[in-house]
Design a protein around this ligand. Structure first.
Ligand code: NAP
Ligand code: ZN
Ligand code: ZN
Length: 346
């Protein structure tokens, strides 16, 4: 075991503070990664606040990890010391079920192992990326292409794949009108990726505060949802609506913005349930769907796509002592557009 520095929440809603955690010895198929940067996802905050229930403390959050391989186990074939790598939301899965075999480890039928706030196959707690080092199986490690610097690549490991996967699955592309709800960490990557896929992109944000940024990142249109006329103007417009909102949403209002056969795909994970009038789906044969992160193969595909199109995240780089303040700003929808921790400051 190796002792490494980390930032952890000692209890639900408690401020994060510096501590140490133990990392397992490097096993046959493991890589030891020197973490350089870790993104702050709103899911970190939901879990530190125990908003989804069953949180385990102390918790070291962080599932947007970018770093460099420092050591490899004897059986490792895909990575060498010095490689630039990333780790996202999962560090293991059963690898045998129908979904794992199809590259959908995020939907592993036996339950995958999340990067933090989970127990691994040996019953040991997992600790995430707000830390100096991590040991991960090479099969759950991805390569960060040379064209992407590590700081702007880190958020792609969750915000990137969580938007790329549904946009691809629901065929966002030329001739398709895509709305992205929420201009935060996921939302701003959704805008960039949908634009790069060739779709006509609209941002639906609470206000027009971030309009200039939205248009600069690739949106063609930008509307404030606080303005009720937005919903009248845009009725029946979109093929795909991707909601990235972290709070419960008025689904019926957003479903009314879909064209016939359109789909509202929700990736937001609010802490409370939402209500739905089923007539919102009957009218126009509309679909309400959800999507969770993405598989390992698709995460690599997304990183390669982002490198090819020059898409990194828009980030505010912070030191570890600023994590608690950053959480407050995320909760205030005041993130532009992902906080990334320089882990050398931990
Ligand atoms: P974020 O950076 O905080 O962005 C969320 C955005 O939603 C905000 O910037 C804000 O955008 C909008 N918003 C917030 N509160 C709102 C409210 N009450 N009403 C309307 N809009 C509101 O969060 P994130 O990191 O992108 O994560 C977003 C959600 O996705 C979280 O719930 C997270 O847990 C979840 N998530 C899910 C997956 C998955 O696999 N499905 C993966 C990662 C994260 P505007 O200011 O533009 O309105
Ligand atoms: Zn996340
Ligand atoms: Zn499985």
């Amino acid at each position: 075991m190796t002792t490494v520095a980390a930032y952890a929440a000692p209890a639900a809603k408690a401020p994060l503070e510096r501590t140490t955690v133990e990392r397992r010895p490097v096993g046959e198929f493991d890589v030891l990664i020197d973490i350089k940067f870790a993104g702050i996802c709103h899911s970190d905050i939901h879990q530190v606040h125990d908003g989804w229930g069953s949180s385990v403390f102390p918790m070291v959050p962080g599932h947007e990890i970018a770093g460099v391989v420092a050591e490899t186990g004897p059986g490792v074939t895909r990575f060498a010391v010095g490689d630039r790598v990333g780790v996202g939301c999962m560090v293991d899965s059963c690898r045998e079920c129908e979904n794992c075999r199809a590259g959908l480890e995020q939907y592993c039928l036996r339950g995958n192992t999340l990067t933090y706030n989970a127990l691994d196959k040996n019953g040991e707690p997992t600790y995430g990326g707000y830390s100096h080092r991590i040991v991960v199986d090479e099969n759950f490690t991805v390569r960060i292409p040379d064209g992407l610097s590590l700081d702007v690549a880190a958020p792609l490991l969750c915000a990137g794949i969580t938007t790329y996967s549904p946009l691809r699955h629901w065929n966002a592309g030329p001739g398709k009108k895509v709305a992205v709800v929420g201009m935060g960490g996921l939302g701003h990557m959704g805008v960039k990726i949908a634009h790069a896929l060739g779709a006509e992109v609209t941002v639906l944000s609470q206000s027009l505060r971030k309009k200039d940024d939205g248009l600069r990142l690739g949106a063609d249109h930008y509307y404030a949802t606080a303005d009720a006329t937005t919903f009248e103007k845009l009725r029946g417009t979109f093929d795909i609506i991707l909601s990235t909102v972290s709070a419960p949403l008025q689904l019926d209002a957003y479903l009314s913005l879909l064209r016939t056969d359109g789909a509202l795909v929700n990736v937001g994970a609010p802490e409370e349930p939402v209500s739905l009038n089923l007539f919102s789906l009957l009218n126009g044969r509309r679909t309400l769907a959800g999507s969770g992160i993405g598989g390992i193969r698709e995460t690599q595909e997304m990183l390669d796509f982002c490198a090819e199109h020059g898409l990194g995240a828009e980030i505010e780089l912070i030191g570890a002592s600023e994590i608690n303040e950053a959480y407050e700003r995320v909760l205030d929808s005041d993130v532009r557009y992902r906080f990334v921790i320089d882990t050398a400051t931990i």
